[in-house]
Design a protein. Structure first.
Length: 334
């Protein structure tokens, strides 16, 4: 056991990716290929699949920096209870409003699922130093506050701009929620984003991909290399889900080989721009999902996003390594 712990301490990134793939792929294979359509298996497996990046990062961070422990704090339990109540409410409202769920037992299950985001958020006050350090920038982000508003608005802003530009260029753009009206669409997108932040792409994934892996890789590699390593491994992590959901092969190839790694570069840039704040990618990722899934993606939008990526790479010289004392670079404890 001691040999395993020593190996994890000295190979944190490799251990992270091995474990996150084992947990997630085992769960997805059970749900999609071993027990397809079994709701009990899905209910028991999918929370661990969704939170495999956060839970794996938490485990390895605790092993890498186990001592000295902080004192017990009531603040963690207060944060946990409040986060659970808010998370449960948002997940239930999303299920009712956006998915049309009316089942009381289903609401009970969704309420229990709120434990997972609550555990992540309250880990900003964990006793183990490594875990507290990993999650602290969720509740105490660094960098100018305006950056976080910009991060949230990048994706919907580009999509809306492309939505109005495309018809001028004789193209077609569509907003799939137009029938809901402005108020209904706003509520739908707010719940979609909030659920995503808590459960599907926000703190559950970004705690691992950008919060844990990126700063450790940036201690060794240039920024763009680190971003692409995580970007491709993040992309292929979804593969059993894509196949199990019957996603067209052309979509998988285009998005997982091209767009997902490119958006990984953007999130790496945002993480570094906010001095290693986990909140930055945890906001961008669910905004990307929530708005990207409800607007048609047009050539004008694609060009703008590629322009943003090129700007980020050139402006921040992402082909270079960050200084070792940069806040977004992991400092291994002695």
């Amino acid at each position: 056991m001691r040999n395993v712990i020593d190996w994890i301490k000295h190979h944190q990134v490799a251990a992270f990716f091995v474990l996150v793939y084992v947990i997630a792929w085992m769960g997805m294979f059970l749900v999609y290929f071993v027990f397809p359509g079994n709701e009990v298996v899905e209910i028991l497996s999918m929370p661990f699949v969704l939170f495999s990046p956060a839970l794996t990062a938490m485990l390895i961070s605790g092993i890498a920096e186990p001592r000295p422990k902080y004192e017990h704090s009531k603040l963690r339990w207060i944060a946990f209870i409040l986060s659970w109540l808010i998370s449960a409410l948002i997940i239930i409202l999303h299920a009712k409003n956006n998915l049309g769920v009316e089942s009381v037992p289903a609401f009970f299950v969704f309420g229990i699922m709120g434990i997972f985001p609550a555990w992540v958020l309250s880990s900003a006050y964990a006793r183990r130093p490594g875990i507290r350090k990993l999650f602290s920038t969720l509740v105490k982000p660094r960098g100018p506050a305006i950056w976080f508003l910009v991060i949230f608005l990048i994706f919907p802003g580009f999509l809306l701009l492309a939505f109005y530009i495309t018809p001028i260029l004789s193209g077609k753009a569509q907003f799939y929620l137009a029938d809901l009206g402005i108020g209904g669409a706003a509520v739908f997108l707010f719940l979609e984003f909030s659920k995503g932040f808590l459960l599907t792409g926000g703190i559950n994934e970004e705690s691992g991909w950008r919060g844990f892996a990126i700063p450790r890789l940036q201690a060794r590699y240039p920024v763009i290399v680190s971003g692409l390593i995580v970007g491709y491994l993040w992309a292929f992590w979804h593969l059993p889900y894509d196949i199990g959901e019957g996603v067209p092969t052309a979509w998988i190839l285009q998005n997982r080989l091209f767009w997902t790694p490119l958006f990984g570069i953007v999130m790496t840039w945002l993480y570094n721009r906010t001095n290693g704040s986990l909140l930055a990618p945890a906001l961008f990722h669910p905004a990307m999902n929530a708005f990207g899934n409800h607007f048609s993606i047009t050539p004008a939008g694609n060009i703008m996003f590629i322009g943003l990526i090129i700007f980020a790479i050139i402006y921040d010289r992402m082909w270079e390594k960050l200084p070792l004392d940069h806040p977004a670079v992991y400092q291994h404890p002695e």
